[in-house]
Ligand binder design. Structure first.
Ligand code: IPD
Length: 284
């Protein structure tokens, strides 16, 4: 991918991602109202977008505009902007919105700087990013060539290096489901094919945390159809910097149609099974 900044710039971008994701994480926890309102709905009634979601994105966007005024911005909620630096900040203010609503402590703020056009699969790549779970205090971060790192509530950092994975039949595989009924039918049909071939399935409810969990060895693999750039951007880099592989199907780029995350050779094994399962599931 062209336009990757030099290491000093990458280090700055990583620090900015950490700073704004940390601030937004504190905001969504500290400012959470007792009775959370649902601001509007997206693809279906279960896709709740809270006032806090938009508020967290507005906060991140304002902070980035101050720190990095020439960069573009693409967030899950309303309000994107163009820039002229060649970098775009791709932001999910709360990944795992439903967990947030239910106070299940698996949601995250995801902030990544990317090169290329994040709206076009195969035409972009993350160069620095952070994923912050504001409840557990877990912070994942990475920059190109700088390794993937995690720190917990005690603030101690460790570098992530993925171990050789198990075979597929022993693999604990994370996945997720979209909000639209038709998408879910297709995902259920896929699951019918995949579930008998793996150790077990987990649906944790935050794609960013799922992918970081693979990087940290808390899941062996992850796949999902229907992710958007903001769900995957920062975690993608954490995974690849930890030694994992992140693609779509058949070696294609990660995209809405499918993302597959694991270390090799498990990644390749899962990709084959998912390809066959997608054929069996037919058209969505
Ligand atoms: C969702 C979560 C979920 C995944 C969905 C995503 P959101 O993001 O990452 O785990 O299964 O596909 O849309 O809506 O909570 O930001």
């Amino acid at each position: 991918m062209d336009g990757i900044p030099d290491d000093a710039q990458l280090a700055e971008l990583e620090q900015v991602a950490l700073t704004v994701a940390g601030e937004a994480g504190r905001f969504v926890v500290d400012e959470r109202p007792d009775h959370l309102g649902v601001a509007r709905t997206k693809s279906s009634a279960t896709d709740v977008v809270t006032v806090m979601d938009q508020g967290a994105q507005d906060l991140i966007r304002a902070r980035l505009q101050g720190l990095r005024p020439s960069d573009a911005f693409l967030g899950e909620e309303e309000g994107g902007s163009a820039g002229d630096s060649g970098l775009t900040w791709v932001v999910d203010p709360i990944d795992g919105t439903v967990n947030y609503l239910y106070r299940i402590p698996s949601y995250a703020v995801s902030v990544a700087a990317v090169v290329g056009d994040p709206r076009v699969p195969g035409q972009w790549a993350p160069v620095a990013g952070a994923v912050v779970n504001p409840v557990t205090g877990e912070v994942f971060h990475a920059r190109v060539g700088g390794g993937a790192w995690v720190s917990g509530a005690d603030g101690r950092e460790r570098r992530l290096a993925m171990a050789p994975p198990p075979d597929l039949d022993q693999a604990l595989v994370g996945t997720g489901f979209g909000y639209a009924v038709q998408r879910r039918r297709w995902q259920a049909a896929m699951l019918l094919e995949v579930l008998p071939q793996v150790r077990d399935i987990r649906r944790i409810g935050s794609a960013a945390l799922d992918i970081c969990a693979v990087a940290a060895g808390n899941l062996d693999a992850y796949y999902e159809r229907g992710l958007n750039p903001w769900d995957m951007a920062a975690a993608w880099l954490v995974l690849t910097e930890a030694g994992g592989t992140f693609t779509g199907l058949a070696g294609g780029p990660p995209e809405g149609a499918m993302v597959v995350a694991a270390a090799e050779p498990l990644h390749g094994q899962l990709e084959v099974v998912l390809g066959a399962a997608a054929d069996a599931a037919g058209q969505e």
